[in-house]
Design a protein around this ligand. Structure first.
Ligand SMILES: NC(=O)c1ccc[n+]([C@@H]2O[C@H](COP(=O)([O-])OP(=O)(O)OC[C@H]3O[C@@H](n4cnc5c(N)ncnc54)[C@H](OP(=O)(O)O)[C@@H]3O)[C@@H](O)[C@H]2O)c1
Length: 253
């Protein structure tokens, strides 16, 4: 069966692994990123596996260009909204720089919503399509070192859940993906311990399996998923105490 799959942030660790995971004869991959050299490397790998590949370089903060590009693409079977960035409060607990806060809101949340709105009309017209939103386990409960990142990923999680309920009767599947720590430049830049670190390739396989089963929430790895889920369920102050105890909060009290 022929498939047309779009992946944003295909120049990053998880995006590139997803592109390679899906690359096969009969699959047209629309791969997006900003880093031209990395985009070409990933595209070449996917072409070698038999895929037709179309690359696009674009800053997703340019919402006008983003919308125009997607609306011109034609029908897509699967859209993986993966491009994302992170920031943190820094070693001395200073506020996150405001320009970085705005960039996170734009890239992680607003651009994701622009993408959804741009690809939805063609999916609704066909009564077919799947949208995967790459959130994070950090979306379950706000982590003290990354307030804005957690806010964007929690927002994306809620948005995806709402879309799933709204669009399922029309044959459109929406899935929220919540990875734990996955080896990547973004993950390397994060302060603190990184328990149960997965390779991007392992994460890509898990995401693909979840999408094929149309799981509402594709969250992994098991121990960290279970633990962070509890953080959202327990009283917030108890969750904050647990985070301090685990060394995932820089403040001593
Ligand atoms: N790694 C983890 O531990 C982890 C855990 C949970 C969730 N996630 C989520 O997984 C997704 C992928 O992360 P990753 O770990 O693979 O990070 P990564 O290797 O740093 O990749 C980030 C990707 O986002 C793209 N991107 C960032 N800002 C952009 C912008 N303004 N315009 C266009 N593209 C932009 C980058 O493109 P260029 O490099 O070409 O600019 C790159 O392809 C993110 O949404 C992240 O929040 C990651």
């Amino acid at each position: 069966m022929k498939q047309r799959i779009l992946i944003t942030g295909a120049t990053g660790a998880i995006g590139a692994a997803l592109a390679r995971e899906y690359a096969a004869p009969g699959v047209t991959l629309f791969l997006h990123g900003r880093n031209a050299q990395r985009l070409e490397e990933v595209a070449a790998d996917c072409q070698a596996k038999g895929s037709l590949v179309v690359t696009t370089q674009l800053d997703v903060r340019d919402f006008t260009a983003l919308r125009a590009w997607l609306e011109a693409l034609g029908p897509l079977d699967l859209v993986i909204v993966n491009a994302g960035i992170n920031t943190n409060i820094g070693p001395n607990g200073e506020p996150e720089p405001w320009d970085e806060v705005e960039a996170l809101l734009d890239v992680n949340l607003k651009a994701a919503m622009v993408i959804v709105q741009a690809v939805l009309p063609a999916m609704r017209a066909r009564g077919h399509g799947q949208i995967a939103l790459i959130s994070s386990l950090a979306g379950y409960f706000g982590l003290p070192v990354t307030p804005t990142y957690c806010a964007t990923k929690a927002g994306l999680k809620a948005y995806g859940e709402a879309l799933r309920g709204w669009l399922a009767p029309e044959g459109i599947r929406v899935n929220v993906v919540m990875p734990g720590y996955v080896k990547s430049p973004m993950c390397d830049d994060m302060p603190g311990p990184k328990p149960f670190l997965w390779s991007p390739e392992r994460a890509a396989k898990r995401i693909r399996r979840g999408l094929e089963r149309n799981q509402a929430r594709i969250s992994f790895p098991f121990p960290l998923n279970w633990g962070t889920w509890w953080l959202a369920v327990l009283p917030a102050d108890l969750s904050l105490w647990i985070l301090r105890w685990l060394g995932l909060s820089r403040h001593a009290n």
